[in-house]
Design a protein around this ligand. Structure first.
Ligand SMILES: [Cu+2]
Length: 113
């Protein structure tokens, strides 16, 4: 139940992003382009659940500015070629998320310094 709620919040956040992008089409706003593009931003997270067969991670992530998404717990699918070896529940990591048509994808991860 809790997870479903968070996924709905994610969808709402992304809907808001699209709407705002349109408003910014004709705006000057050079400051907005200074932030990392989607897929390039490293986001702090804690591993809550690992599904090695489905290659899915449940992460409690911090704010994802490139997606205008607040911190929450949600599922990411590891991108092809991303190794989940050595990763354990409770680990604190940084990861690069991106949204694709099939869902939210983790492009890379590393341990928090
Ligand atoms: Cu989220």
């Amino acid at each position: 139940m809790k997870l479903t709620h968070h996924l709905i919040l994610c969808t709402l956040a992304l809907t808001g992003l699209s709407a705002q992008a349109h408003h910014h089409d004709s705006a000057e706003a050079p400051a907005a382009t200074a932030s990392a593009a989607q897929g390039e931003e490293w986001v702090a997270a804690e591993v809550r659940r690992i599904d090695p067969e489905q290659r899915k991670l449940t992460l409690r992530h911090g704010d994802i500015k490139s997606m205008q998404m607040m911190g929450m717990t949600m599922v990411f699918k590891a991108d092809a070629g991303v190794s989940l070896e050595g990763l354990a529940v409770g680990d604190r990591i940084e990861f690069r998320p991106v949204r694709r048509s099939e869902g939210f994808v983790l492009l890379a991860w590393r341990r928090q310094p």
